[in-house]
Write a protein that binds this ligand. Structure first.
Ligand SMILES: [Fe+2]
Ligand SMILES: [Fe+2]
Length: 248
């Protein structure tokens, strides 16, 4: 039994593709088939695969059906977390999504899933992504403060969701955690954040995140060991569509 993760599939079997990177970057050529083959080779029926947001470009559920068919046909238990492009997913109606797609797809938001002795906790997360103002040498000399203030509110909301989920799992007796964020835990100016603090406060073993795709963004945030926890970027193109094994 193993736990795997990957993010940013950005499927578009029945909707318009809105990403130039995805159209022209060779890493994205035939990514659906590459990922399907890697999953078939690596993932067994008793394994769990966490898909860390940005599943589909579809604007609503009717534009995502074929994308969900594709995900459903992958091996293992599938847990989906919420990304910024998942327009089909109304945060307040996660229960309905779970009812509609049970038992093959599990949508995780405000709550937790279980893997062995671990509680898997997930939120979209959030982080300020600019615009930044640069000098001639490319150094950051300022940023859009209004947008940063708005981002701070969204960060607070998502942190609140995580806290409630950790507390629910704790109340049910769970002491070991893995935290999944769609956005990176820190922005390019930060060395820590409320998300790294929560990881420490709840003694999370691993923090898994996605969202940073396109080679320029692969090193936007923390990777490897930081204050005693392991941080991993699992965006699909970063992993070349090989799901990352998180633990046995
Ligand atoms: Fe994405
Ligand atoms: Fe994203």
């Amino acid at each position: 039994m193993s736990l795997y993760a990957i993010g940013d599939l950005h499927l578009h079997f029945q909707c318009e593709l809105k990403s130039e990177v995805q159209l022209f970057d060779p890493l994205w050529k035939g990514h659906e088939e590459k990922f399907r083959e890697n999953c078939a080779r690596m993932i067994k029926d008793d394994d769990t695969l966490v898909l860390v947001g940005d599943h589909s470009w579809g604007k609503d559920l009717s534009q995502c059906e074929k994308d969900f068919d594709y995900i459903r046909a992958l091996p293992g238990k599938k847990i989906l977390t919420r990304g910024n492009h998942d327009m089909f997913w109304d945060a307040g109606k996660t229960k309905k999504l779970n009812e509609k797609f049970a038992p093959q797809l599990n949508f995780l938001q405000d709550g937790y899933e279980v893997y062995g002795e671990y509680a898997l906790i997930a939120s979209k997360g959030y982080t300020f992504e600019g615009p930044y103002y640069l000098d001639r040498k490319g150094r950051i000399i300022g940023w859009d403060e209004e947008k940063e203030a708005h981002a701070a509110k969204l960060v607070e909301r998502e942190a609140g969701r995580l806290i409630r989920s950790f507390e629910a799992a704790r109340a049910d007796g769970y002491k070991k955690f893995i935290m999944f964020l769609h956005y990176p835990p820190t922005n390019i100016m930060e060395s820590e954040s409320i998300f790294t603090q929560l990881a420490e406060q709840y003694d999370v073993d691993q923090v898994i995140y996605a969202h940073c795709h396109g080679a320029k963004r692969f090193h936007d945030s923390i990777q490897g060991q930081f204050n005693g926890r392991e941080y991993s970027l699992v965006s699909g193109d970063y992993l070349n569509w090989v799901p990352k094994k998180i633990m046995d």
